[in-house]
Design a binder for this molecule. Structure first.
Ligand SMILES: CC(C)(COP(=O)(O)OP(=O)(O)OC[C@H]1O[C@@H](n2cnc3c(N)ncnc32)[C@H](O)[C@@H]1OP(=O)(O)O)[C@@H](O)C(=O)NCCC(=O)NCCS
Length: 218
């Protein structure tokens, strides 16, 4: 797609997903818009192994917008980065179509992996403000990551994840019960104590029987 096609598409994406935008011209001022079109150019240069030039463009974009997209990242159509400040997208990240990222999102690595070390976000994923997704796993399509979450493992499609570390609280918009909220299999301290006393009683009986049999032989 040519640059004008991209600009039109990106303006449509922002108008569709940001209720605050009042005109198409305003979109040109959005840091997300400015970072993404620079990324598109940098990514082409990266694919042609012009790594220095690609980096130069992406670093300038990061300085101007606060959005640091590595030129090696693979990003589909319709990415919307709202507000933008503090967004980091690592080199081996793969982003599907129609993904939304808010400010402060990191799509990063844990430092423990080599090769593919950043996440894959499938189509229509939303990552809320300040969320960190760290590692080379996949976030399934249509999933939402809550504000401030730290996600360290695979997320199935159509899930909502919140917390540190992130846990799935909804799947297909239905609440998922928490494992530690299981009220049917609660630990039973009274029963545990009875078991302990029964075992102790058996051991004392055994010792007494041994003593009795030794005394009877004398
Ligand atoms: C993740 C999110 C999309 C979930 O929305 P939802 O499906 O409507 O979830 P609910 O509001 O029904 O909340 C479900 C539970 O998760 C909890 N929860 C929701 N978001 C949470 C978060 N970010 N961190 C921790 N817990 C969260 C709620 O307190 C609720 O818990 P409870 O049932 O024990 O009371 C939303 O909470 C969120 O984080 N949105 C942020 C969007 C954003 O970044 N906006 C910035 C614009 S500038």
């Amino acid at each position: 797609m040519g640059i004008f096609g991209f600009i039109k598409e990106e303006i449509d994406v922002v108008k569709e997903r940001d209720p605050a935008v009042k005109s198409s011209m305003e979109v040109l001022l959005y840091p997300g818009f400015r970072a993404i079109w620079r990324y598109r150019i940098a990514h082409r240069l990266y694919n042609h192994k012009m790594y220095f030039l690609a980096r130069w463009i992406s670093q300038r974009a990061a300085t101007k917008t606060g959005i640091d997209i590595h030129p090696g990242a693979q990003i589909g159509k319709g990415l919307f980065i709202d507000h933008g400040i503090g967004v980091i997208i690592g080199e081996t990240t793969i982003i599907g179509d129609n993904v939304t990222l808010y400010q402060g999102v990191t799509l990063g690595g844990t430092g423990k992996e080599h090769g593919k070390r950043h996440p894959t976000l499938k189509d229509n994923v939303m990552v809320s403000a300040g969320a960190k997704i760290l590692g080379s796993f996949t976030i399934g399509e249509n999933s939402k990551i809550g504000a401030g979450s730290v996600v360290l493992e695979e997320v199935p499609p159509n899930s909502t994840v919140v917390g540190v570390p992130g846990r799935v609280i909804k799947r297909d918009n239905v609440r998922v019960p928490r494992a530690d909220m299981d009220q049917c299999n609660l630990p039973d301290p009274v029963m545990n104590e009875i078991c302990r006393l029964t075992k102790e009683n058996e051991e004392i009986r055994k010792v007494l029987n041994d003593m009795a049999s030794r005394l009877s032989k004398q």
